[in-house]
Design a protein around this ligand. Structure first.
Ligand code: NAD
Ligand code: DAU
Length: 339
């Protein structure tokens, strides 16, 4: 099979390319990525050596290019990771989120319709459900939870999900959607909580925790997410949504303290800073459907996953050092200086 992976030079996409090549060496992967600030060919070092892997630089919203690529590569499955993904950036610059996450998804689906693609899989997020209160640990997001996005990022992802399901109903496009909780692991850009805290702690810099650090996220090791997507795009029922998560809820402050303990760094590095506007309180996934229908269960618990992640950043200083040496410094100043 020919599988088109969009956004494959990003965090989850790069892990997914590695996973697919190992798991399904009989398939051919075509990776389409615009190489925005978040895309990085250094994350695809392994896949780029494989004969059945092709990288193409391009924008999913560029309809002419997408059409020509579908004509040439004839994908059987399209799995769409390409997106603007950082909530804080969506607060300062929402427009590009709508262009890529909504219009880009639509451009891909129009090409899927025209070229008779057998499955379009949309990689979605649990953020489309909004948030849960901190004092109701009995509540979880199911696939039936109403969409209730809080940030321009999550609103753009919710819009994309609605469009995907509308294309299934109106045009009969064979689609599936997965909605996952927070991922962590190798190759995550150091704007997100875990790599930001690891890389700053390693340089003895302050660790900016929003508000009181009481917000809760439901952490999933990235390889477990890749395994779930692989199952859904191949075996999941058409037109269905699958939630992905592993009941791994942690407060932000607990995550940061765990990282400090792993690195043997003092908690005095923690600095509580002004909260994120509209900050979602708690995310928590009910993954019963994907377990029941596809037998998926996460394999990595948080203690093991965070140890592996910290070790990866320790052993790959060049990967994140190159990022920190670029325009990242400006980004960090813009985002954190007056906080
Ligand atoms: P990321 O920001 O690390 O990577 C995004 C990739 O998309 C980059 O390689 C970037 O260059 C590429 N891209 C951006 N705009 C593009 C465009 N117009 N055309 C082509 N490529 C473009 O993101 P990630 O964390 O790997 O997330 C991947 C997907 O998974 C996203 O759709 C995101 O919403 C979803 N998701 C992420 C998480 C998480 O915790 N990271 C959880 C659930 C769902
Ligand atoms: O739930 C899935 C989502 O998880 C994905 O759809 C998003 O693409 C991904 O970015 C992530 O969103 P979050 O907003 O939860 O991730 P982030 O790493 O930005 O923040 C995690 C928590 O940590 C959140 O409560 C905000 C807090 N935080 C974050 C940063 C960057 C801090 O306290 N300090 C920080 O500097």
């Amino acid at each position: 099979m020919n599988i088109l992976v969009t956004g494959g030079a990003g965090f989850i996409g790069a892990n997914f390319c590695e996973y697919e090549l190992k798991r399904h060496p009989e398939d051919r992967l075509i990776c389409l990525d615009a190489l925005t600030y978040a895309g990085n060919l250094a994350s695809l070092e392994g896949p780029l050596k494989a004969e059945n892997f092709t990288f193409i630089r391009g924008d999913i919203a560029d309809r002419a290019m997408v059409d020509a690529l579908f004509e040439a590569e004839k994908p059987d499955i399209v799995v769409n990771f390409a997106a603007e993904t950082h909530v804080d950036r969506s607060v300062t610059d929402p427009e590009v989120f709508l262009r890529t996450n909504v219009m880009g998804t639509q451009a891909l689906m129009d090409a899927c319709r025209k070229h008779g693609v057998k499955r379009f899989h949309q990689v979605g997020t649990d953020e489309v459900y909004g948030d849960l209160p901190l004092d109701r640990p009995d509540l979880f997001f199911t696939e039936e939870t109403p969409l209730h996005a809080s940030s321009p990022y999550s609103a753009s992802k919710a819009s994309a999900d609605l469009l995907v399901l509308a294309y299934a109903r109106t045009f009969g496009l064979p689609v599936s959607v997965s909605r996952c909780s927070n991922n962590y692991g190798p190759y995550q850009f150091p704007e997100k909580l875990i790599p930001l805290m690891i890389t700053r702690a390693l340089s003895d810099q302050s660790l900016p925790v929003y508000g009181k650090g009481e917000n809760v996220r439901d952490w999933l090791y990235v390889e477990d997410h890749c395994a779930a997507i692989d199952l859904v795009m191949r075996l999941g029922r058409e037109g269905e949504v699958y939630n992905i998560g592993g009941h791994n809820e942690k407060t932000n402050i607990d995550v940061v303290k765990t990282i400090l303990a792993e690195l043997d760094k003092p908690e005095s590095l923690i600095a509580f800073v002004t909260d994120r506007p509209g900050h979602d309180r708690r995310y928590a996934i009910d993954p019963a459907k994907i377990h029941r229908e596809l037998g998926w269960l996460p394999q990595t618990d948080f203690a093991d996953g965070i140890r592996r992640t910290v070790r990866w950043y320790l052993e790959h200083r060049k990967w994140w050092g190159d990022i920190l040496a670029g325009e990242y410094q400006d980004y960090y100043r813009r985002m954190y200086d007056r906080r």
